[in-house]
Design a protein around this ligand. Structure first.
Ligand SMILES: *Cc1c(COP(=O)(O)O)cnc(C)c1O
Length: 379
């Protein structure tokens, strides 16, 4: 079976993890601090705050903006459900904005269409690694805070700069389904020192002095708990792995872009819309999605046919408003979201995917949708 995704892990990660274990410091400590610095630097941010995952990172972002009961936060339904759930964790209401069918991202227009006096913040998702046009959103929002769900976007560029650079708050994921992995893990990047300091306390029970700092001080320091907070910490075992993964990022992105370019070329004769770079950005192709033509069978049938041909594909990116957890949740029309989520599939992309495997995927897809595939490119 050709897997839809496989993390790129090697002996270096295994060794780094073993060293963390041998050091005796396995909870949040010096390696987390080092990973925070290195990751923040890689996206051009002043501060990194590591978390247990991106879902908790998103919760902290909204929490420090003061999002609470009675507030609305605009968010795409077209996203992993954690984006909308983070709003609910704050007791606030997710308000779903529709997306640009070419990028899968919310836009200034779709956000403006659902904005109300209760809108407290907007969460933009760089879906599948395709950066949203953040500048256009900022212009439309005026002073309204913009949180960036950059879970999938490590290594993507926006306006020629790393995605997330200049973000008020950007949240990242290190789940194996994303480009970099620490098993589970997340990070918030920001240039705001006060927000970073508050999030550091909030992720660690509200402690005035972190456990790692108390240990390093070498003398007794009694910490204080100023507010009810959370345990959203990353471990040093995870950070050790993250440091190695971060060094691999350029290689991982380059390979994924190569694979995506080849898919685009092979799929063009099939007349399918595929995910691609917007003119203002480059994607890391965290997920490679294609939209099935109207005449093609339902997605479930196409996935079954692909599985039979040895290809593990996935349904398109989910839409939160179609899940039972959001049944009855009010929303306006979301036609682009509903079209993409019900008519797209995600094809395998991973570092070691061979040309022959890619040809198999394309041939299987062509057969499944009843279109003749072009002969595979020579070589
Ligand atoms: C994966 C993902 C998340 C959640 O990340 P975790 O680290 O698994 O909590 C949030 N938002 C988006 C867009 C994602 O793809």
């Amino acid at each position: 079976m050709i897997p839809v995704m496989r993390p790129l892990l090697g002996e270096e990660e295994a060794q780094a993890v073993a060293e963390a274990v041998r050091s005796g410091w396995v909870a949040q400590g010096p390696r987390v601090a080092e990973f925070e610095k290195a990751f923040a630097a890689s996206v051009g941010a002043d501060h990194g705050v590591a978390t247990s995952n991106c879902t908790t990172a998103l919760h902290l972002c909204l929490y420090v903006l003061g999002v609470g009961s009675g507030d609305e936060v605009i968010v795409p339904s077209f996203s992993f459900i954690a984006s909308a759930n983070a709003v609910r964790y704050c007791g606030a209401t997710p308000v779903f904005a529709d997306i640009d069918p070419a990028t899968g991202n919310i836009t200034a227009e779709t956000v403006t269409a659902v904005r109300t006096d209760a809108t407290k913040a907007v969460m933009v998702v760089h879906q599948a690694g395709v950066p949203a046009d953040v500048n256009a959103l900022r212009t439309a929002l005026g002073g309204l805070p913009l949180v960036q769900d950059a879970a999938c976007a490590a290594g993507s560029t926006l306006y020629g700069r790393p995605t997330g650079e200049g973000a008020l708050l950007a949240a990242w994921s290190f789940h194996p389904r994303k480009l970099l992995t620490t098993g589970e893990g997340g990070m918030i990047t920001t240039d705001d020192e006060e927000l970073a300091a508050r999030m550091r306390r909030l992720r660690e029970h509200g402690m005035s002095v972190s456990a790692a700092d108390r240990h390093a001080a070498g003398r007794a320091i009694v910490e204080e708990y100023g507010e009810t907070a959370f345990n959203y910490r990353m471990t040093d075992i995870q950070a050790a792995m993250g440091l190695v993964q971060l060094r691999r990022l350029p290689t991982i992105v380059a390979r994924r872009r190569e694979i995506a370019a080849r898919y685009q070329e092979l799929l063009a004769p099939l007349g399918l819309q595929t995910v691609r770079d917007p003119e203002y950005a480059t994607s890391n192709f965290q997920s490679f999605w294609v939209v099935l033509p109207d005449a093609a069978p339902p997605v479930a049938d196409v996935l079954a046919a692909l599985a039979e041909a040895g290809v593990s594909a996935r349904r398109g990116i989910m839409a939160a408003h179609l899940e039972p957890a959001y049944a009855g949740h009010p929303h306006g029309p979301l036609p682009a979201t509903e079209h993409l989520t019900t008519r797209s599939v995600i094809l395998p992309v991973h570092h070691d995917l061979t040309d022959a495997e890619q040809d198999t995927v394309v041939a299987a897809l062509a057969a499944a949708i009843g279109v003749a595939a072009a002969a595979p490119a020579a070589g």
